[in-house]
Design a protein around this ligand. Sequence first.
Ligand SMILES: *Cc1c(COP(=O)(O)O)cnc(C)c1O
Length: 440
Amino acid sequence: MRLCCFCRLPDLDRNKKCNIVLFSLLLSQQRIYNTDFEQVLSMMLIYADNAATTKMSRTAINAMLPYLDEIYGNPSSLHSAGQRAKDALTDARQRAASVLGCLPREITFTSGGSEADNQAIFSAAAIGKKSGKKHIVSTAFEHHAVLHTLEALKKDGFEVTLLDVHENGVITPEQVMAAIRPETCLVTVMYANNEIGTVQPVPEIGKICREKGVLFHTDAVQAFGHLPVNVTEQCIDMLSLSAHKFYGPKGAGLLYCRKGIPLTNVIYGGVQENGKRAGTENLPGIMGMAAAMEEAAANIESNARKVMALRDRLISKLSEIPHSVLNGDPLKRLPGNVNFCFEGVDAESLLLMLDQKGIAASSGSACTSGSLDPSHVLLAIGRLYELALGSLRLTINEQNTAEEVDYIASSVREVVEKLRKLNPVWQDLISGRREFITKE
Ligand SMILES: *Cc1c(COP(=O)(O)O)cnc(C)c1O
């Protein structure tokens, strides 16, 4: 592979190369201002952390602009400026509903995925409590927005069954069936996992819950835009989305809740969102989200095909690194998710060194990075503690190229080798003082 003579990054494409040349020229003339520096650096970045957040699409940005500018009325105001904003809100709700296959009034706009998860679970719990049903079924590898909400409910006397996750990162409908009791009020299972990307059998679980008369919520934050979502066909009672995971803005999300299921407020105040979510609506965010939803749904198949090919190329290259292991099922996973553990490597050092090479990656969930604990998801699929400390999540999208994927793979290999040489644990492993967990 050719490397740029100035910065040792690969020659990616003409555009990027020009930026690198420009960057070097500026540098040599000592005329760099902070802003230029940051801008050029961001252009050289290979962003492989789309599960943490995504770059907004041009369509989503353009959809927001009028609402940051001339259409600034409050949808609750009676004057025409307010009514114009209200019309836009109605339109966004209609469009979001048609993408999800539900009614507009079944949609509550929220500040994002965490709030939607909280509201769904607290609402189902409130319904259960009324009839003395205080048991909830979930899984051990949910997002913390779900797990911590369940923890809060335990303090209120709820009993929570967290299903064990198989080593391949998938739970079965049979496990859900077996866990449901007469006093179960809610099953909440994520559609796709945010760390290892594994896809759960949501329609089958939905069917079981419908038959048993138990509410079913799914956190579809990672799945939406990559997997088909239709709440009616898939027997979903409640579903959470977050715009910034599918090229929309941060701070916008939604909760779908099937009609007839009463929602409980998480935020009290005015009567916005049918009285179920107080606070002046984030209209620019909502408009950006509606546009991003339509765009993601329209391109789902072509994007998935392209990204899966890149993903499989990356997985096959990384599998060649000795003592590495893929986390999660190789097939039942999101099109852009790659997650590996490397034995004898510390994830944090790996990420920092990849960052120096212009690659933005993650060790797993953004919420746990920065702490020394290994990911709860990797422990849930049975990875041993020492192995789980060496995790790497690369979440790519349709804008990545095969050249970038190859550059990522060769960089990871190089960095892993470098880090192992410096790691006393690795020295113990290769000298036989400690046993390998993984195969050669
Ligand atoms: C990102 C994420 C969330 C949280 O969404 P926010 O909009 O950032 O609050 C919840 N669940 C999953 C699976 C996620 O990936």
